[in-house]
Design a binder for this molecule. Structure first.
Ligand code: RB5
Length: 148
């Protein structure tokens, strides 16, 4: 799978760990930055990965900042994007199965390397179930349309 990854300064090290983990599994990883631990602003990287998904450049996204919250909030401002913050693998699986999230987000100051790998693995392995869940996602899209 082609996966976009993005982070801020607080998550630069964990981003490298996760990118290597995904590559070792045979995934293609596109790194949208940041490319160092120098202080930067998470909205830039949340938006970059979200727009790459909308363009069809990558199929899924992984976003990491200190908590996962700021970078996911930015990604969710891009129309059609569902980015979910998860701190454990159960929720990471359900955001695919029920919410059809294209992006998983987590915090480098919240989860350790091994938990982060499990979160990403659960997210990527799960499929959207459709059915009643699609109807609820359509309701979210309608909110987005009303805001436009
Ligand atoms: C950066 O210090 C921090 O605020 C950011 O990584 C993130 O946690 C924001 O949600």
């Amino acid at each position: 799978m082609k996966i976009g990854i993005g982070n801020d300064h607080s998550a630069f090290e964990l981003k490298q760990v996760i990118a290597a983990h995904l590559k070792a599994q045979g995934h293609e990883v596109v790194d949208y930055g940041s490319y160092s631990a120098e202080r930067c602003n998470y909205p830039e990287f949340g938006e970059k990965v979200a727009r790459a998904i909308v363009r069809g450049e990558v199929e899924r996204g992984v976003l990491i900042c200190g908590t996962g919250v700021g970078i996911s909030l930015a990604a969710n401002k891009v129309k059609g994007i569902r980015a979910a913050v998860c701190s454990e693998p159960y929720t990471a699986q359900l955001v695919r199965r029920h919410n059809n999230a294209q992006i998983i987000a987590f915090g480098a100051r919240v989860v350790g390397d091994e938990m982060a790998k499990m979160i990403v693995d659960s997210f990527l392995a799960a499929e959207f179930e459709g059915g009643r869940h699609q109807m609820r996602i359509d309701m979210i899209s309608e909110i987005e349309e009303r805001e436009a």
